[in-house]
Unconditional design. Sequence first.
Length: 145
Amino acid sequence: MKEENLELVRHLKDGRRSYREIARELSLSENTVRSRAKALLDDGGMEITALVDPGQLPQHQLVYVGVSLDTMDIMVKAKEFSELRGVISVAAVTGRFHLILQVLLAPDFGLLEFFRDEVSTIEHVSYCETFVVFGSENLHVPYVH
């Protein structure tokens, strides 16, 4: 991503700010800011969304799941995991796991349901390890339920 676009993204961190205000701060025209933002949105380089503090969602729990695979089709498996209920994000990583999932559990959808109804549908999973988030600072996620 170009540096000029990164500066725009920094200003869009607060999604309630107007293009006019951002244009004034960046010494650009409002149309330039609008067209750059549209281009970033259209090519998937940026997404504007509401984020929530998972610690403030009653009866919800954020967990990270490390997944070890018995296949090297890591990105194929990442795509499959990304489509499971509750999954916020999937990252292919180095270390003892191949994938790290960020999962939001809900009152009617806990760890048991996630593993029994979702993870069990994916082939070539060797093992998983769950990391329950019991506190965090500056962590906000999209609401997926």
